[in-house]
Design a protein around this ligand. Structure first.
Ligand SMILES: Nc1ncnc2c1ncn2[C@@H]1O[C@H](COP(=O)(O)OS(=O)(=O)O)[C@@H](OP(=O)(O)O)[C@H]1O
Length: 311
């Protein structure tokens, strides 16, 4: 029987568009896990109740009432206690990984101050696919346009894309070029928390038929949940690649090569960082990402047009 002396036990901290919803759904079906409601509580995030959004000088701190609400109503404290702490409570706010406008250090340090025992699970995806997946998500937001959603300058391009006046390349080029935050955020988390409190997942490993069972079993062992109890299949939540351009994104070869010229060095630095911290051999980490780049390059026709399929 699992016995945890700490609650909450773990956070899936991101990144957005890296199958975090599927992983959350998979884990919360396990009798030994207790997923938050909602999946993304945002409690420690920029829209949450546990930070000082407008004043970097004020110390991090969570209000007593808000904390009680978080622990009691979102993280189901009573249920966890009633289980004799045999259930691992967790939440999956993807913004925790990098969604802090004051920098990831505020979030990483703040959460460590509040819950220093937490186990942390980030999932990372090949940068070009990651960015395009995010843009497709935002395109849908722009169509529905909830009242709180404020389109930024980069979103203008998506509106143009919608009208056939721009391409996906146009809309991701600068974002991928400036995707420094992808590695910076992870570097900050790794510098702020002990290595052994992380399990870093690669999206492509988590979602591939050949490897997903092994990854899920590793996750469960990491958070001390018995892998034999509960359903085995990873759901496919938030999937847009099946509906929006399932055949891939058409792009000139020179355009794809340009994206690659930004994504590849970034990926290599991510892999080197993960190797330095003892998580993966850099080449092992890069294998799936290199395979995606190669298969997209192989798709290029004699006309110089390629078909970029997301991982
Ligand atoms: N089981 C499985 N197999 C393959 N792919 C999967 C799976 N589960 C989730 N996904 C893909 O993950 C993307 C959604 O990630 P998130 O749920 O983290 O997105 S969100 O940030 O919470 O909105 C989304 O990617 P895109 O379709 O490219 O947008 C999903 O298709």
């Amino acid at each position: 029987m699992r016995a945890s002396s700490t609650s909450p036990t773990f956070f899936i901290i991101g990144y957005p568009k890296c199958a975090t919803t599927s992983l959350h759904a998979y884990l919360e079906k396990r009798p030994q896990a207790l997923g938050s409601t909602p999946k993304e509580t945002q409690f420690f995030g920029r829209n949450g109740k546990c930070w000082h959004a407008n004043n970097t000088l004020e110390p991090w701190g969570c209000g007593v009432e808000e904390t009680a609400n978080y622990i009691q109503n979102m993280m189901f404290r009573d249920d966890t206690v009633a289980s004799g702490l045999t259930q691992a409570a967790f939440e999956s706010t993807t913004d925790y990984s990098w969604g802090d406008p004051m920098g990831p250090a505020v979030m990483a340090t703040g959460i460590r101050r509040e819950l220093p025992w937490l186990k942390l699970i980030p999932s990372l995806r090949e940068p070009i696919s990651h960015e395009i997946s995010g843009r497709v998500h935002t395109m849908e937001m722009l169509k529905k346009r909830p009242a709180w959603f404020r389109p930024g300058p980069a979103d203008e391009c998506l509106m143009q894309l919608e009208q056939g006046n721009a391409t996906m390349y146009d809309c991701v080029r600068d974002l991928i070029k400036d995707k420094e935050g992808y590695i910076e955020a992870m570097a900050v988390w790794l510098a702020t928390w002990p290595t052994e409190q992380f399990m870093i997942i690669q999206f492509e490993n988590l979602t591939a038929d050949a490897s997903h069972t092994a990854v899920l079993n590793d996750v469960m062992r990491f958070v001390d949940i018995d892998p034999s109890k509960g359903p085995q299949e990873l759901p496919q939540a938030n999937s847009r690649k099946g509906d929006v351009n399932p055949e891939g994104w058409r792009m000139k070869k020179a355009e794809f090569m340009e994206l690659l010229s930004y994504a590849q060095p970034l990926s290599e630095r991510i892999a080197a960082m993960l190797e330095r911290h003892g998580f993966y051999k850099a080449d092992d980490w890069l294998a799936a990402w290199r395979a995606s780049w190669k298969s997209n390059l192989d798709s290029c026709e004699a006309t110089g047009i390629c078909n970029v399929v997301l991982t």
